[in-house]
Design a protein around this ligand. Structure first.
Ligand SMILES: C[S@@+](CC[C@H](N)C(=O)[O-])C[C@H]1O[C@@H](n2cnc3c(N)ncnc32)[C@H](O)[C@@H]1O
Length: 466
């Protein structure tokens, strides 16, 4: 299953099973000791603009915003070493590591990787050559990155050269029309443009790498159905390349901006609507039958809306509540916030938290999160829980002036795929598809009280049972 995880990659890698991933591509922050910043700009034609472009036309530059991350590490190699050791452990026997680095660091990293993988497992140093940006007049302009290829086994590894894209011959007239039209496979020097500055591919994330380079690696060094990982994932280029070619991706990054960019970029590969997302509640018959048959003007609609709102009693209990802003949100947004609150709570308790849409993985176990606001005085209902791949349900109740939580093992709610009705408070809804739990905060069902209570109770339980 495709996944994106948020956090420092080391503890997440340490919790990963051995020999589980066929291809790892990483592009760690370079040790240049400065903050990488990408400015997003737009150019507009303007006779008095600050830039001269094609055919001498003048352009004005508008700065739209910027994104950045720090790439300073006190000791770069000691930061990288444990992560590369984990990468070696996680790779399958025919697996490969692609390590993307700049020309200033590559030699130190090569020595370290020879030590971890063995010199006989070093296969190639790929030079990615581009031609973009300012040209130094003091020395040869550095216009390449280095990509080191290591394999887990010295001579048994995936190498599907036949699946590689082909490049044009430099002198096509010398090879004949048939060969010229087929092109040739590349060498270890790859000429490729940087991510086109105005193209569809661009996400705006600093140091985003071109899809063409990563797609070549994915196609040649893994097979459809296999798993590809990038634990310095940035904008998620590896994820896009993997999904495009029917591989599964695992992406990790410690920057919340990167996670946001990836979730947006890869939404189409993550949002497989599960049955859990389907709301099949019957529509309620509306009572305004007399209003049928005439067309309202916009102003009339505003008046009716205001009248209807005035009929709803204001719930004084929430007026001064710190949770007041959550209350009017639609169910989807409440769910997303619930997941974030739960991950913050568990993360602060020292657990390793990974996010995947409506689910969390906490210390490697699947946790479904449900939040409930007060339904009526003192009563909360955790709704629409469907049996799926998770081990626990974390129920968080947000009341106007307090929060409660329970970490319930799945078998307390379902047994042999059936919702348990022998537990007080659990009801089966929507023709047996969904479980709901109704709780009176002042008199919690004894079976449920064993699984939490205050936030301290539930985090203490999470520490011992996850
Ligand atoms: C050079 S960028 C990767 C760019 C990516 N290849 C792409 O195409 O967008 C390096 C990434 O490593 C992330 N990073 C740095 N330290 C990390 C850590 N300890 N754990 C996880 N991610 C980390 C940064 O947030 C940054 O997004």
């Amino acid at each position: 299953m495709n996944s994106i995880a948020y956090g420092d990659n080391l503890p997440i890698l340490e919790a990963f099973p051995s020999a589980a991933v066929e291809l790892i591509y990483i592009d760690p922050p370079f040790n240049t000791g400065k903050t990488q910043v990408r400015h997003r700009i737009a150019t507009i034609q303007d006779d008095v603009g600050d830039r001269t472009g094609f055919q001498g036309k003048r352009y004005r530059t508008l700065k739209l915003g910027s994104s950045s991350y720090s790439d300073t590490f006190d000791d770069y190699l000691s930061f990288l070493r444990p992560r590369l050791e984990e990468a070696h452990r996680i790779l399958t026997s025919a697996g490969s590591l692609f390590f993307h680095i700049d020309y200033r660091e590559v030699h130190y990293c090569k020595v370290m990787l020879d030590d971890i993988f063995g010199r006989d497992c070093f296969q190639n140093e790929i030079i990615w050559s581009y031609d973009y940006g300012a040209r130094s007049k003091q020395k040869w302009p550095a216009k390449h990155d280095n990509i080191l290829w290591y394999t887990k086994h010295p001579n048994k590894f995936t190498f599907n050269l036949g699946d590689c894209d082909r490049i044009p011959y430099m002198a096509p007239s010398l090879v004949g029309p048939e060969k010229a039209s087929r092109g040739k496979t590349p060498t270890d020097v790859w000429w490729h443009t940087i991510v086109p500055t105005n193209g569809k591919e661009k996400t705006g994330y600093a140091t985003q790498k071109p899809l063409g380079i990563i797609e070549r690696i994915v196609k040649v060094h893994s097979n459809p159905g296999e798993t590809c990982m990038d634990f310095f994932a940035g904008s998620g280029t590896l994820g896009e390349a993997a999904a495009k070619h029917e591989r599964t991706f695992i992406l990790i990054d410690s920057s919340s901006t990167a996670i946001e960019v990836m979730e947006k970029r890869l939404a189409r590969f993550l949002c497989t609507k599960s049955s859990e997302d389907v709301d099949d509640r019957p529509y309620e018959k509306h009572s305004l039958t007399s209003a049928r048959g005439f067309v309202m003007t916009f102003q009339e609609l505003v008046t009716v809306t205001n009248d209807l709102i005035a009929n709803y009693p204001e719930d004084q209990a929430w007026n001064n509540s710190p949770f007041n802003r959550i209350r009017p949100l639609p169910p989807g947004s409440k769910g997303a916030i619930g997941r974030d609150i739960a991950s913050a709570l568990l993360y602060s308790a020292g657990l390793t938290v990974m996010l995947r849409r409506t689910q969390l993985r906490v210390n490697g176990q699947g946790v479904l999160v449900r939040i409930a606001l007060m339904w009526e005085q003192g009563i909360v209902k955790f709704q629409n829980m469907r049996d799926a791949e998770f081990d626990h349900v974390l129920c968080l109740a947000l009341l106007p002036d307090q929060a409660r939580g329970w970490l319930i093992p799945k078998e307390e709610i379902w047994q042999d795929g059936q919702i348990r009705t022998d537990r007080p408070g659990i009801t089966s809804q929507h023709r047996g598809a969904d479980a709901w739990i109704t709780v009176n905060i002042e008199a919690v069902h004894p079976w449920m009280a064993a699984f939490g209570g205050t936030l301290e109770d539930v985090t203490a339980l999470a520490r011992t049972s996850l």
